[in-house]
Write a protein that binds this ligand. Structure first.
Ligand code: MN
Length: 438
């Protein structure tokens, strides 16, 4: 076991030892923050611990005078990119040091009240920013249950998966510029639609606006152009994971996607959670990638890393404007688990780079919509309401087939199992704002 994952470690900040806490000492996710009221050009790197943010731009030089320069170059920065580019050896060094400062057995920060006040900030007094300047964003389609549901709805129920699906991780290159951090409002997009397959399309605000529950990973130094990443070494290129909401305009998508795939139906916004959870912290929750008898063998370059799925519980909440005004809690509209993904992130990275395509620090790769095998574990409105044929009824009596203006989608995720610490992701939240123009 990695030393920083020892379930017996305790933090002197007692709230972090609470079994329900997303951010115990075994997690230590990194994010980018400012204090409330500060200018955004003061953005810097912090670690989530309990209900606090540990400011690494202050703590590191004080507690690691031997490596003070490293702290300035990695943590007094508006994004995690320099840290991501520094590579796995530095990631481990940082994780080990931060873990030691926070243990009950360590007094250097605990007993330094002056330093603690400066570098340990309640989350309620912070603003989280996009953690990474994302150079490239790829979205996969790796949940067999999701691909099967979509295939059943739009094509042939008896032949739902296309012939390529079990042979390669299907994906497309997405739009990086519109990836936003949790809490950012999302305007309903406008675009072309042709719901009745008429001779000419319509233009206007999207009417079938949807979310997609996904999990993303963020890469480190990457590979040289022309040199593929070996599937069995792919994990070395991955720093950590975030929750992803891949907002989707289904009516726009239906009209535009032939023959080159998703375009404007997906490019208006993608929301991610602010804390990047290190894959090292998730190591105790690794599980085997599912295959059953009858699944075809895979090409050699994809045949490896068969134990890089994660037992990660996921949940989606929906709260309408009326629910918010009445004080009704969000309706939980999906509960599922990331472990069932047919293709894992190592195989995805091997596939993306098999041509020699290069990966850079801070690229974002999303899993594709995560759906389970039961009706309560579907990862999009399209599937939950089965193409609008099974509307949801909310606590206010309102009905939903897709998302309405004012609706907030809240996705949460956490690994938890008896005897192991909870490794939480926090949340990714976004509210639909009215269309502009149209
Ligand atoms: Mn997607």
């Amino acid at each position: 076991m990695i030393e920083t994952n020892d379930p017996n470690l305790r933090c002197w900040l007692d709230e972090a030892n609470d079994a329900a806490c997303d951010f115990p000492i075994q997690n230590l996710p990194l994010g980018v923050f400012t204090r409330r009221g500060e200018d955004t050009d003061r953005r810097r790197v912090g670690v989530a611990i309990g209900r606090h943010v540990l400011d690494l731009s202050i703590a590191w030089p004080e507690l690691c005078p031997d490596l003070a320069g490293l702290g300035a170059s990695l943590f007094s920065q508006p994004t995690l990119n320099p840290f991501l580019a520094s590579g796995r050896r530095t990631w481990t060094l940082v994780r080990n040091r931060v873990s030691r400062w926070l243990r009950t057995t360590s007094a250097e920060l605990r007993d330094n009240g002056e330093l603690r006040v400066r570098c340990l900030i309640p989350m309620s007094e912070t603003v989280m920013h996009l953690p990474v300047e994302i150079g490239d964003y790829t979205d996969f389609y790796s949940s067999k249950e999701h691909a099967t549901n979509v295939g059943m709805m739009f094509r042939d129920p008896s032949n739902a998966l296309l012939p390529n699906w079990k042979h390669l991780p299907v994906g497309y290159h997405g739009r990086a510029s519109s990836v936003v951090v949790s809490g950012t409002g999302v305007h309903r997009p406008c675009g072309q639609t042709n719901p009745e397959d008429a001779p000419a399309p319509n233009f206007g605000p999207c009417r079938l606006l949807d979310f997609e529950l996904e999990v993303g990973f963020i890469t480190g130094p990457g590979n040289e152009l022309g040199r593929p990443i070996d599937v069995n070494h792919a994990h070395e290129h991955i720093f950590g994971m975030v929750l992803v909401n891949d907002w989707s305009a289904r009516d726009i998508q239906k009209w535009e996607y032939v023959p080159l795939g998703p375009f404007t139906a997906k490019n208006f916004a993608t929301s991610i959670s602010p804390w990047v959870v290190p894959i090292d912290a998730l190591d105790p929750y690794r599980v085997r990638t599912p295959r059953t008898e009858g699944d075809p063998p895979v090409q050699k370059y994809l045949d490896g890393a068969w134990d890089w799925n994660f037992d990660l519980n996921l949940q989606v909440g929906l709260q309408s404007t009326q629910m918010r005004e009445r004080g009704d809690a969000p309706a939980i509209i999906s509960r599922n688990n990331f472990s069932l993904m047919y293709w894992n992130m190592c195989q995805q990275l091997a596939h993306q780079t098999i041509t020699g395509c290069n990966v850079r620090p801070g690229d974002l790769y999303a899993s594709g919509t995560v759906s389970g095998t039961t009706p309560d574990s579907r990862g999009s409105m399209l599937e939950i309401c089965w193409k609008g044929t099974q509307p949801l009824t909310l606590s206010t009596g309102e009905q939903r087939k897709f998302l309405a203006d004012g609706d907030t989608i809240i996705m949460t995720g956490a690994c938890h199992r008896p005897g192991l610490p909870r490794i939480g992701f926090g949340e990714v939240r976004g509210t639909i704002l009215p269309a502009i123009g149209g």
